[in-house]
Design a protein around this ligand. Structure first.
Ligand code: NAD
Length: 280
């Protein structure tokens, strides 16, 4: 029996990509999963398929940008399944464009989902878990963009640096109170998911998206050269659950990205700035 058997987990962004893969793996490991996502139809479809396959899930349509919605999610989860011991703050969106081109709506949207979404999950799920005295884990999906800053993704990079800060601070705070709750941080490289199609869930009131420019087209073309290094969402989910079982903090699925992180820190300490682009 693994650590997830007969335990409750919550996963945000559970209707697609890494969140769906995490949900599937958690169910296979015997957990009950509260699936939260803003995309109602995709969530319903995924939950129906997983239930038909024998899983115990509770789908809850949730916009993680909203503190009220995330608090309601925590209440629903507790009523249905009791204490949630495994919290996956995974939902995220991406915007691209030169830092000076990113619109105010883009900033608000991406900060709302990627940063406030994680903060709200921590605020609503950690206090009851800590109060229970039970062991558990908060797993935050950041990105290598939480450590490295590639051109053309300034807003995304900023949000992922922010969640690295939240995850490391949360780990330090939990250690301070000698809590049996730990933290794991996912720092994936490129993963085959629907993230490039994230605008499907963009709120209508934040519709002013950054327009493509020659700059962003040229950055995208360089990114295309990395398509062969992409992971599947299932590979990332497997690494995440193994890291949680082993009590590890950070997970870097793409080995060369670890050297890039070291090079960045060295460059910063030497008064410079690293070139994000890795040798092929
Ligand atoms: N795909 C990659 O290359 C990659 C790399 C590193 C990190 N990540 C991170 O992985 C996480 C998951 O993304 P993915 O790649 O699986 O993308 P995805 O688009 O396939 O899945 C993201 C899910 O989040 C949901 N979502 C979006 N806005 C939401 C909101 N406001 N409230 C609740 N749910 C919302 C979407 O509906 C979707 O189901 C994100 O945090 C992303 O930044 C992705």
């Amino acid at each position: 029996m693994g650590i997830f058997a007969d335990r409750t987990a919550v996963v945000t962004g559970a209707a697609s990509g890494i969140g769906l893969a995490l949900t599937t793996r958690l169910l296979a490991a015997g957990a009950r999963v509260v699936m939260a996502d803003i995309e109602a139809a995709a969530l319903d479809e995924a939950a129906t398929a997983l239930t038909a396959a024998g899983g115990t899930v509770l789908p809850v349509v949730t916009d993680v940008r909203s503190a009220v919605a995330v608090e309601a999610l925590a209440t629903r989860a507790a009523e249905a399944f009791g204490i949630v011991q495994y919290v996956f703050a995974n939902a995220g969106v991406s915007v691209s464009g030169a830092t000076w081109d990113v619109t105010a709506d883009d900033w608000q949207w991406i900060m709302g989902v990627n940063v406030f979404g994680v903060a709200h999950m921590v605020r609503s799920f950690v206090p009851p878990l800590v109060a229970s005295g039970l062991p558990g884990r908060v797993c935050v999906t950041a990105s290598v963009a939480g450590y490295l800053n590639q051109p053309g993704f300034g807003a995304y990079n900023a949000t992922k640096h922010a969640v690295v800060g939240i995850a490391e601070s949360l780990a330090a705070d939990l250690r301070e109170i000698q809590s049996p709750v730990g933290v794991t941080l996912l720092a994936p490289w490129f993963v085959r998911t629907r993230i490039a199609d994230g605008a499907r869930n963009r709120p209508a009131e934040l519709r002013d998206a950054t327009a493509p420019t020659d700059f962003s087209r040229s950055v995208s073309a360089r990114l295309g050269a990395w398509s062969g290094t992409m992971h599947t969402a299932e590979q990332v989910a497997d690494l995440a659950l193994s890291a949680i079982e082993d009590g590890h903090f950070a997970v870097f699925p793409y080995e060369p990205s670890r050297d890039a992180v070291r090079a960045r820190i060295d460059a910063v300490l030497d008064g410079g700035i690293a070139d994000f682009y890795l040798p092929s």
